[in-house]
Design a protein around this ligand. Sequence first.
Ligand code: ATP
Length: 213
Amino acid sequence: MKPPIALFGGTFDPIHYGHLFSIKALMAELAITEARLLPCHKPPHRQGPLVSSQQRLAMALLAVKDMPGVIVDDRELARDSLSYTIETLIDVRNELGPNQPLCWVMGLDAFAKLDSWHRWQELLDYAHLLVMARPGAEWPKAGPVADFFQRHGTDDRQIIAAEPAGSILALNLTPFPISATAIRKQLLRGERPRQWVPETVLNFIDQFQLYRQ
Ligand code: ATP
């Protein structure tokens, strides 16, 4: 079996250290050497992002420049339809073959609403799910997502390298109390949130006057 690849989707509007530190910590924790950030082109579950897909992609590329093993995968921008994760996973699976372990990474806020995702129960046919704690998000105690975790959740970290897909692993990484929503508010107020956003990304935001009005 090949080493697992982590796939981290998001609107990245803008990308921030909550994303970047989380992926770094997850890679260290699970000995994952390749991670891909996948900017979402047309999010099915939320209002359109404030800035264009190309600009969000550009910011993601700037952010991962000095992160060994982390690349940006722009395949969702090539599809004009809504960016359903299941379609992305099928695409990656077709490209990398049936034996490549794949891990779809998400914060607990996203996992708690998983049953609203298109064909959500099929996600595990194509990847494992890695769920990271997030301040303010609660682990579901009852309902379809709790049942799903009951059936497929595991503590066995070896499984993500031993099987190509099929398990859900909850990770207790240090939570980062950061959201793109809070950062957009700061930028709108004219602030420059250096502690939350890489300088290269802030320079890009300045250059194109993003999120300022
Ligand atoms: P917004 O505030 O606009 O909703 P966001 O900060 O949640 O944005 P997204 O790009 O929507 O960022 O998130 C992409 C993925 O990253 C999601 O799975 C989300 O749960 C996860 N994520 C974002 N911020 C954090 C964080 N601080 N800690 C852990 N996971 C995070």
